[in-house]
Design a protein around this ligand. Structure first.
Ligand code: ADP
Ligand code: GLC
Length: 484
């Protein structure tokens, strides 16, 4: 079997350097775990202004690359808390712009996103296929989501190239730009074809990864199946089912140090499966922090996530007041679409007795909600993997999820037989209807009212192992077979 030595892992965000969602959690964990397994892994991310400001260790410039008229610098640092060599791509379009990596404060995409992420892709391809001042070339180029899709296509066109792996974290974001933009980017015109970046008359960056990668992965086995069919494939199901033999679903892991209720520095009272009483103290502390009535006689429901359609807001909003009347309290933490933010804010001012809405991005509060809530709501319409239900399981916060994607793969419904066998870890419902969701929450609340049953579910949830080791082994196997 061929030994795998070098991997270039490319992502548009990586925790703790910069994070907007689960991709950052994955890119901040998996490469380091692979490194610990003996690979020489380098992580490449853009040097956003906010990222550079947040660095507490110095980075040094290790190379300058000329990319089709642009000059970029590569700064090197270690991913905080790890020994993972991380390369930061410095260019004014990243480094001289504060704020979100992808959009301005009003939520509008940065107008030069195509150019910015083409630079990321060109840099990744250059490092992978030519002699650069880095004096290092990977055996595997591993790209993630649309932001680095074109790197795979560019590498494919080079005379000497590494094997390529492309991971889909969310097919809903395709990196779509118009024909003029494609022309302006100066890509080889042969890439403008159905078996290329062309997507219904437009240009799609994600297609570059899907068409040309030696191996495609996505972040759960169920999502791998769903995207080969309509509607999950979102128009790409034909391409994906043609490539089915090279498409693998590998479940995400979680960083079990960052998300450990027994040692979490963000929560007032650490606890484990043997000291579940700690949750009540965390609940009381959060109620006080958020100004909710101090009640232990009804469950506290939690939601943390982007306030977008994907996360099931259309299922939650129509029945939100019914949920509160169960009775229950609900804490919602998230940023997202203005229409959802406004509706939630209006509801919160009507029901301060039971609803707290925090329209923010707050890492500490996310941990506190996981520790304090009894039940976690994740009724997603689709969910490639989902990390919050995994954090919830670890924190004994019983998740209510829809049977879709990674949610279906990680939560076992509290059916009569699952409860009897002691394997139930949550409540799962099927149809994307508000009433079905409400009934599922009702089932969870009914279980919560039976402390012995509830604690058994909590303990089964907390005993699940979603650490990265197993998933990292699967990536290692995939790298090996790509090289063979
Ligand atoms: P997605 O990547 O689709 O947004 P995931 O469940 O995979 O969904 O990951 C979301 C990650 O982002 C989790 O780590 C979650 O805790 C975090 N997150 C989302 N919204 C917020 C927020 N408003 N404040 C803090 N953390 C958040
Ligand atoms: C995406 C998906 C989410 C997944 C995350 C990390 O943002 O929406 O389901 O957990 O990527 O892979």
């Amino acid at each position: 079997m061929t030994a795998v030595h070098r991997v270039l892992y490319v992502a548009s965000e990586a925790y703790p350097l910069i994070k907007t969602g689960g991709l950052a959690d994955v890119a901040g964990s998996l490469p380091e775990v692979l490194r610990q397994q003996g690979l020489d892994v380098r992580l490449l991310v853009p040097a956003y202004a906010d990222l550079l400001h947040g660095l507490d260790t110095p980075s040094e410039a290790v190379a300058e690359l000329s990319l089709e008229g642009d000059t970029v610098r590569i700064l090197q640092c270690f991913l905080p808390g790890t020994s993972l060599r991380t390369w930061l791509l410095e260019h004014p379009s990243f480094s001289a712009r504060a704020g979100n990596p992808y959009h301005d404060d009003s939520g509008a995409p940065w107008p030069d996103n195509a150019e910015r992420f083409m630079l990321l892709s060109r840099a990744a391809a250059a490092i992978s296929t030519s002699d650069t001042a880095l004096a290092w070339r990977p055996d595997i180029l591993h790209c993630n989501d649309w932001h680095s899709g074109p790197a795979i296509a560019l590498a494919h066109l080079a005379p000497l190239r590494p094997r390529t792996v492309f991971t889909v974290h969310n097919l809903a974001h395709m990196g779509i730009f118009d024909r003029q933009t494609f022309d302006r980017l100066g890509l080889p015109s042969l890439l403008w074809q159905e078996h290329g970046l062309e997507y219904y008359g437009q240009c799609s960056f994600i297609k570059a990864g899907l068409v040309f990668a030696d191996e495609i992965t996505t972040v759960s086995p169920s999502y791998a199946r769903e995207i080969c069919e309509s509607p999950g494939g979102m128009g790409l199901e034909g391409l994906l089912s043609q490539r089915r033999d090279h498409l693998t679903g590998i479940l995400n892991g979680i960083d079990s140090q960052t998300w450990d209720p027994a040692s979490d520095p963000h929560i007032p009272t650490p606890y484990d499966a043997g000291t579940l009483g700690g949750k009540a103290l965390n609940k009381a502390a959060l109620q006080q922090q958020l100004g909710l009535p101090s009640r232990q006689d009804c469950p506290l429901l939690g939601f943390v996530g982007r306030l977008v359609e994907q996360k099931g807001l259309e299922l939650i909003l129509p029945v939100l007041e019914d949920l509160l009347d169960t009775p229950a309290q609900l804490v919602i933490l998230g940023r997202g679409d203005l229409r959802y933010e406004e509706t939630l804010q209006a509801l919160a001012s009507r029901r301060p007795d039971a609803l707290s809405v925090i329209l923010d991005y707050d890492e500490t509060l996310a941990h506190r909600i996981e520790a304090a809530a009894d039940i976690f709501l994740m009724p997603s319409l689709f969910e490639p993997c989902g990390l919050n239900q995994l954090y919830s399981l670890r924190y004994g916060t019983v998740p209510v999820v829809r049977a879709v994607g990674g949610l279906a793969d990680t939560v076992t419904d509290a059916s009569g037989s699952a409860l009897e066998e002691g394997v139930a870890t949550g409540v799962v419902f099927a149809q994307p209807q508000p009433d079905d969701f409400l009934r599922a929450v009702g089932r969870a609340v009914a279980l919560w009212q039976q402390p012995a049953v509830w604690q058994a579910v909590q303990r089964a949830a907390m005993a699940q192992d979603f650490s990265w080791q197993r998933s990292a082994e699967r990536y290692l196997e995939l790298y090996r077979s790509a090289i063979d």
